[in-house]
Design a binder for this molecule. Structure first.
Ligand code: EPU
Length: 438
């Protein structure tokens, strides 16, 4: 039975916390290690459940993984990669979306890949059609079976021209991890260029890959026969940093996020400043604080990089419940990432969701039946409530709301937050939050 997490809100979060490597880079860099003939060393690895899941998946494929949780160092030795039993892989069904990225590396190393049913947050349909289409373009055969998906490449993987209909992060990574050792040249157009993708490209380059990123979001990859290991410090987690920034604002607090970097967060920092949040940007981290003046409303939309990240949207919406006037948030990346707002309304917020594209341009969800725009009227005092974590980012947003609310909130399913927020309990304590579990 999982515990219930209780928060007594109303205390400003004050102090300093540290963010380490980004979940959405670390897990991919770990998969990349499988492509090398030599060991790889990744630093600044956070202690989160997604890292544990990828570690297990590497181990069942014969990769020797040594990890020092305290220093964040992980060493992966792929010299003896071997086939895993389908049942060992299936044990991870539903736990994460990362296993789909094992396909290219496993096809190169073993000639086949078995992928379990995927998990990840329930924030839309989250299909894998782009991934399977990409693999087929390289010459792979995809066979859907009862226990997951079986992928083979009887004639090897060959470089190709691929155009993504949407700049999907995962599909871009799928292309990179497959093309680096495919025969010939791959040209990917309409690629995603998130900072975590650029960091994955840096990792692959260290291993010996030949990858060129052009200004028009075209990525050209010349396949090589052999890749070595890498040594790399992971880019810091800009989603975690922004989440703590919003927590500082909602609780009228003052938090220095050691490790937060300005450049990958530049779009977030502009929005944070526009709504009235205080910022001190230094080389070691960023101080986020409530300056004492009322917060201002905003109209904005989420987008692929360099736009405002969808993963920043949920924490920001909680901050906007405290801003004066009407804010509009148009979610253009996921069709179903505003469902979490109903619990915020139960806590006293006033948020209405709409099917229409509000506040700016129209997106691919506009003509479909998805509530993907939100109108937030503020400021509204929040009060404690009984809430259940819906997904990773939504869950942290409920935590933020509970910290800023009057009275006690009881949060169920808090363990989901361990997937992506390292030591969040210890960090809450360091910042002076009052919480307990039973
Ligand atoms: N999509 C498809 N078909 C596919 C793949 C994606 O239609 O085969 C759609 C998705 O449903 C979504 C859009 O394309 O509407 C974008 O999805 P994308 O592939 O870019 O997302 P992802 O690779 O599955 C990663 C992060 C997410 C983050 C998104 C967008 C990881 C492990 N996950 O997901 O992070 O929201 O990119 O930046 O890197 C999180 O950390 O909480 C999280 C959900």
């Amino acid at each position: 039975m999982t515990s219930t997490f209780h928060v007594r809100g109303g205390r400003p979060l004050k102090g300093e916390i540290t963010v380490r490597g980004a979940k959405n880079l670390v897990s991919k860099a770990m998969v990349a290690a499988l492509l090398g003939e030599e060991p790889s060393l990744l630093r600044s690895v956070p202690d989160i459940r997604d890292v544990a899941i990828v570690t297990e998946l590497l181990k069942v494929h014969g990769v020797k993984v040594d990890r020092d949780v305290a220093t964040g160092l992980i060493r992966m030795d792929p010299s003896n990669v071997e086939r895993a039993h389908a049942a060992e892989i299936d044990a991870h069904a539903g736990s994460s979306r990362i296993p789909i990225l094992f396909c290219g590396p496993l096809l190169h190393r073993l000639g086949e890949a078995i992928i379990p049913d995927l998990g990840g947050c329930r924030i839309g349909d989250r299909p894998i059609n782009y991934h399977l289409d990409v693999l087929r373009e390289f010459g792979a055969h995809v066979d859907k079976r009862e226990l997951g998906i079986h992928i083979t490449a009887p004639n090897g993987l060959k470089g190709t021209k691929i155009h993504l209909e949407y700049p999907s992060v995962g599909a871009t990574e799928q292309v990179l991890l497959t093309a680096v050792r495919a025969e010939g040249v791959t040209e990917l157009t309409n690629a995603a260029v998130e900072p975590e993708i650029e960091d994955l490209i840096a990792v692959l380059q260290k291993m010996g890959a030949l990858i060129t990123l052009q200004t028009d979001r075209t990525i050209t990859i010349e396949g090589v026969e052999r890749l070595g290991g890498y040594e790399h410090v992971a880019i810091p987690d800009r989603i975690e940093a922004a989440s703590w920034a919003c927590a500082a604002l909602v609780t009228k607090g003052d938090v220095f996020v050691q490790g937060a970097q300005q450049k990958p967060m530049s779009t977030f920092l502009n929005v944070f400043r526009r709504i009235g949040g205080g910022l001190d940007i230094t080389d070691d981290g960023i101080r986020f604080f409530h300056p004492g003046e009322p917060l201002r409303s905003i109209a904005m939309e989420t987008d692929v990089h360099p736009g405002f990240m969808t993963d920043w949207q949920q924490p920001l919406v909680v901050a906007l419940t405290q801003a004066e006037g009407i804010s509009i948030v148009h979610e253009t990346v996921y069709e179903n990432r505003l469902g979490f707002t109903s619990a915020l309304n139960d806590m006293g917020a006033r948020i209405q969701v709409y099917r229409e594209c509000l506040g700016g341009s129209s997106c691919r969800f506009g003509w479909r039946n998805f509530n993907h725009s939100a109108v937030i009227s503020g400021p509204k005092a929040l009060h404690g409530a009984d809430i259940t974590v819906p997904d990773l980012r939504g869950g942290f947003s409920y935590l933020i709301a509970a910290l800023g609310a009057e009275g006690i909130s009881s949060i169920h399913g808090i363990d989901l937050i361990d997937r992506g927020y390292e030591s969040f309990r210890e960090k809450l304590t360091a910042l002076g939050a009052e919480y307990w579990e039973d």
